[in-house]
Every structure is written in C-alpha cells, then in structure tokens.
Design a protein around this ligand. Sequence first.
Ligand SMILES: *[C@@H]1O[C@H](CO)[C@@H](O)[C@H](O)[C@H]1NC(C)=O
Ligand SMILES: *[C@@H]1O[C@H](CO)[C@@H](O)[C@H](O)[C@H]1NC(C)=O
Ligand SMILES: *[C@@H]1O[C@H](CO)[C@@H](O)[C@H](O)[C@H]1NC(C)=O
Ligand SMILES: *[C@@H]1O[C@H](CO)[C@@H](O)[C@H](O)[C@H]1NC(C)=O
Ligand SMILES: *[C@@H]1O[C@H](CO)[C@@H](O)[C@H](O)[C@H]1NC(C)=O
Ligand SMILES: *[C@@H]1O[C@H](CO)[C@@H](O)[C@H](O)[C@H]1NC(C)=O
Ligand SMILES: *[C@@H]1O[C@H](CO)[C@@H](O)[C@H](O)[C@H]1NC(C)=O
Length: 205
Amino acid sequence: MADRESHLNPLAKSKSHNLPKNQQKSSKCLVYILIIVVFHSIMLFVFGSVVLPFKSPKVHISHITTQNLHYETAPLASLNMTMVSEIQVYNKNFGSFKFQNSSATLLYRNITIGMANIYGGRVEGRERKRMNMSLQVRANKLLSDYNFNLSSDIDYGLVKLSSHAKLKGEVRLLNILKRHRIAGMNCTMNLNLTSQEVQDLLCQR
Ligand SMILES: *[C@@H]1O[C@H](CO)[C@@H](O)[C@H](O)[C@H]1NC(C)=O
Ligand SMILES: *[C@@H]1O[C@H](CO)[C@@H](O)[C@H](O)[C@H]1NC(C)=O
Ligand SMILES: *[C@@H]1O[C@H](CO)[C@@H](O)[C@H](O)[C@H]1NC(C)=O
Ligand SMILES: *[C@@H]1O[C@H](CO)[C@@H](O)[C@H](O)[C@H]1NC(C)=O
Ligand SMILES: *[C@@H]1O[C@H](CO)[C@@H](O)[C@H](O)[C@H]1NC(C)=O
Ligand SMILES: *[C@@H]1O[C@H](CO)[C@@H](O)[C@H](O)[C@H]1NC(C)=O
Ligand SMILES: *[C@@H]1O[C@H](CO)[C@@H](O)[C@H](O)[C@H]1NC(C)=O
C-alpha cells in the first residue's frame, strides 16, 4: 500500500523530504539575485558613463517669421519687429533631457536688440521638441557707431543678425544616472527688408 501511494504521489513525498534543502536553495537564490542586481547597477554605471556618453543636446532655429516690420534711417536708424522663431531641441541621448527656463537673444553686430523667453521642459531620449518663441525687436537706441552701420544696412536692404541661446539642464538615464549638460544655439541670418523675410538662416550644429 505504502509503495503504491508513493508511486501515485511521488511529488508529495519528495517535497516533504527535501524541504530544508529547498529553504537553503531559496536563500542562496536571494544572494544570487542581490549579486546580480549589484552587478547590473555597476554595469549600468560603467555602460552609462563610458559606452553611452552624455551628449549635449542640439538646439537650432528651424523657422522664422517676422511681423510688424518697421524701419527708418532718418533721423536715426531704427528697426522694429516681432520675430516668431520655431526652435528645435534634439536630444540624441538615450535618457531624457530636462532643461530650465532660459532666454534667447537676438543681436545686431554685438548689440542685443531683442530677447525671448524659452520655457523649461523635457525632451525624451532620441526625440525632438519644437517650441515657438516670440521676440520683440526694438533697435532704435543704438550707439552712434552702430547707427551708421544699421543705416547703411537698411539702405542696402539686408540686415545681418544673430541669435543665441543656452539651455541648461540634466540628462537622465533610467532616473539613476544624471549629468548636467548645456545645449547651445548659435545662428546667423539676414533680414531681407524687401521680402520682409529672414533668409540665409544658418545654425552651428
Ligand atoms: C520703434 O519703436 C520705438 C519705440 O516704440 C519708436 O520710438 C520708433 O519710432 C519705432 N520705429 C519705427 C520705425 O517704427
Ligand atoms: C519658468 O517660467 C514660468 C513662466 O514664467 C514660471 O511659472 C516658472 O516658475 C519658471 N520656473 C522656474 C524654475 O523658474
Ligand atoms: C562690441 O564690440 C566692440 C568692438 O569689438 C566693443 O568696443 C563694444 O564694447 C562691444 N559692445 C558690446 C555691447 O559688447
Ligand atoms: C509655431 O508657429 C508656427 C507658425 O505660427 C506653427 O505653424 C507651428 O505649428 C508652431 N509650432 C509649435 C511647436 O507650436
Ligand atoms: C560700421 O560703421 C563704422 C563707422 O561708424 C565704419 O567704420 C565701418 O566700416 C562700418 N562697418 C561696416 C561693416 O559697414
Ligand atoms: C556658440 O558660440 C559660443 C561663443 O562663440 C561658443 O562658446 C559655443 O560653443 C557655441 N555653441 C555652439 C553650439 O556652437
Ligand atoms: C530680398 O528679397 C527679394 C524679394 O524676394 C529678392 O528679390 C532679393 O534678391 C532679396 N535680396 C537679397 C540680397 O537676397
């Protein structure tokens, strides 16, 4: 009878017989899991810092429109307009890039003639984020030297401008690894007064 029972239910027998060994096994298992977790964290750190460098995201202006463009050369050179620029942030890291509030400047030669707010945000890994910024240009109180230059540029019909921005933020990989990174933007362009459009837009990549 006993033989037959064990034949019928071999699992029950072996289970009760091997219980202490199984407990030993499961605690060993825990240690292995712990070792694997620690090993993975180390590997992730090494991988994240060495194999996958934290790159600075790229920012550039993708499109510009001008509105309410007014200019004159006498008595003093002046240039007023609203410039709406679409900027693109490309985060080529695998982790997300979270950036703080910032601003973009528009320069005529080396004089700031306009500023726009760039609101903080987040760009997921390997993705692009587009944002519009609106910038009021009031170039009517330039230093006398630049007044002469702006006058001649307006007469020629083409005003050379540049725009710069710095997005400071943090690249995060799986919420474990973080690095501060700055995405910088340097663009040059020509404002064509005849077409009232921006042409020759060129951004350093
Ligand atoms: C530009 O704006 C300033 C200040 O609002 C004004 O004094 C100037 O006359 C304007 N220039 C033009 C060409 O509209
Ligand atoms: C960013 O700008 C927005 C709008 O002006 C403001 O509400 C927010 O508090 C700013 N964030 C920081 C971190 O300054
Ligand atoms: C622009 O550059 C000139 C000479 O390169 C310098 O004298 C002037 O101070 C600069 N102006 C600004 C606002 O940086
Ligand atoms: C920016 O403005 C342009 C023109 O108004 C519009 O076509 C575009 O969709 C806007 N982009 C964003 C991200 O709001
Ligand atoms: C800018 O104006 C100054 C005079 O104030 C002149 O010497 C200089 O050649 C001008 N620069 C250009 C690029 O037109
Ligand atoms: C933009 O120009 C500044 C000053 O010339 C330079 O330090 C910075 O590296 C440039 N950034 C990019 C993205 O080209
Ligand atoms: C400015 O725009 C007008 C009209 O689109 C064009 O005919 C002219 O060639 C442009 N000027 C320059 C210097 O490109």
